[in-house]
Design a protein around this ligand. Structure first.
Ligand code: SF4
Ligand code: SF4
Length: 466
């Protein structure tokens, strides 16, 4: 007699039943086999018996303990929890020299210096960052436009590096910039201190042109691998995703992350003009993904969101993607410090505070200790409410092992950190994309399978050639 191990299931569009267990292994079976499994009647004569057994959907009492194997895989998938808060974002100014309609942070005017972080605040933040138990620390400078306050970046980087002489952590730095105000001297400082540049390539044309000019300067000084770009899909780019992909390729980027618009800041105020329904986004996303896969027949060019999801489906490893984890990565994987030293579990929580609601404020580096901010009741509540395993609809969803919830977004949309997820935009997006990816996985050619594995392993090989 077999003993069933935990799994979720769903009828797929082709009539077969998709099974996914708690360590993320999946398998398709016919309805008859499914009936045999759940009635404990499946036996060795069923052609799927040994595949199902080796993927740990049941245990028949022979061989290695499936429970031990499944728990080892489960621990690997959740290993991001051991690297407690390694990603620290610092909002060093709210000032910006642009006013993008899709801006999610509601930035301040170029000369609103009262929104600059002081050096005392920056040093206090670095001191707190070094209290984190993580051996890996990434500090990301954000804004507004952080290069408008570059002197603070220089002092903070040098202070953190000196401090690290006592701690010996692996430390890295990133500046998120629109590149329009960056100077050659600043780029040389970045090169000399191994600072990465992350930019966005979807602004209005005048921003875009300066952006491209400085992008090339940044690459000449720092090297291509140290400069990356993010895109946020607006209603205009949604209709032109093929062109956006072409532009990223022409500009020599190694891949693209197609992101949907978040409902914060100016993006929320301008949603009537910039927005679209989640179904429209998913339609265009899937269309763009097919286009990108076709390009990969001749050229390595991953779409990073699909790569993350494929990694979750096909490997037992933790992707460390903060937005899609259970429990959520807010505060425990990444945290953000506002210009005045206030601490928030995520950038979205800070944006919500800018919109007037400080519900997610975890404290301030001036008045609160590391222990009270990161070990306090507020963060514990947010985290314990953000497990898909205990969230309505997710608890029985076949995609539970690959998905997550976003407590900040839940709160913004419903007033509750933990809510019923079915029919939310978050759920529509992920469920439909997972549906598509599973159809793709069941019908892909060997060549397409190689493309997906090249994306997952970041192996830049096309047709077997490096
Ligand atoms: S999106 Fe960036 S560049 Fe545009 S206004 Fe906001 S902070 Fe400035
Ligand atoms: S958010 Fe939707 S797709 Fe994700 S686990 Fe929950 S129910 Fe499933």
């Amino acid at each position: 007699m077999i003993r069933l191990l935990p799994f979720q299931f769903k009828e797929h569009s082709d009539g077969r039943i998709l099974l996914v267990n708690s360590s993320g292994d999946y398998y398709f079976v016919s309805k008859d086999t499914f009936e045999a499994i759940i009635s404990h009647k499946i036996n060795e004569y069923n052609p799927d018996y040994y595949n199902l057994k080796s993927r740990m959907f049941f245990d028949d009492g022979t061989g290695n303990s499936s429970i031990q194997m499944i728990s080892a895989k489960y621990r690997s998938r959740k290993s991001y929890l051991r690297d407690f808060t390694s990603f620290h974002m610092m909002v060093i100014t709210l000032r910006c020299n642009q006013k993008c309609e899709y801006c999610q942070v509601s930035c301040a005017e170029n000369d609103a210096y009262k929104y600059d972080m002081s050096i005392e605040t920056a040093y206090k933040i670095v001191d707190m960052i070094f209290e984190s138990p993580s051996d890996n620390v990434k500090i990301e400078f954000q804004g507004g436009e952080p290069t408008l306050h570059f002197g603070l970046i220089e002092k903070t980087v040098l202070y953190a590096k000196t401090k690290n002489n006592q701690f010996n952590k692996t430390i890295s730095f990133v500046i998120c910039t629109n590149l329009t105000a960056i100077t050659k001297e600043q780029l040389i400082f970045c090169r000399d201190n191994n600072i990465y540049i992350s930019t966005s390539l979807d602004g209005p044309n005048n921003v875009h042109d300066t952006n491209i000019k400085n992008l090339s300067l940044a690459r000449n000084i720092l090297g291509k691998q140290s400069v990356d770009a993010l895109m946020t899909t607006t209603s205009t780019s949604l209709r032109n995703l093929h062109r956006v992909v072409d532009e990223y390729i022409e500009l020599g980027f190694a891949g693209i992350f197609i992101r949907s618009l978040n409902p914060y800041g100016f993006a929320a105020e301008n949603s009537a003009k910039l927005g679209y329904s989640m179904d429209e986004f998913v339609d265009s996303y899937i269309d763009a993904l097919k286009y990108i896969i076709s390009i990969n027949k001749n050229k390595y060019f991953p779409e990073y969101f699909a790569t993350l999801l494929f990694s979750r489906i096909l490997t037992p490893f933790s992707t460390g993607f903060v937005d899609l984890q259970s429990p959520a990565g807010t505060g425990i994987s990444g945290v953000i410090y506002d210009f005045d030293g206030s601490v928030y579990p995520s950038d979205e929580a800070r944006m919500l505070a800018r919109m007037g609601d400080k519900y997610f404020n975890l404290g301030n580096v001036y008045f609160d200790s590391y222990k009270s901010i990161f070990g306090g009741g507020k963060l514990k509540n947010i985290i314990s409410s953000s497990c898909v395993e205990t969230t309505m609809d997710c608890a029985y969803c076949v995609y539970q092992s690959y998905c997550g919830t976003d407590p900040i977004r839940n709160y913004l949309e419903s007033g509750m950190v933990n809510r019923k997820m079915g029919n939310t935009n978050f759920c529509i997006k992920h469920k439909r994309i997972f549906d598509y990816l599973f159809s793709f996985l069941s019908n892909m050619s060997e060549f397409e399978e190689n493309i997906i594995w090249n994306w997952i392993t970041r192996s830049n090989t096309v047709n077997g050639n490096a």
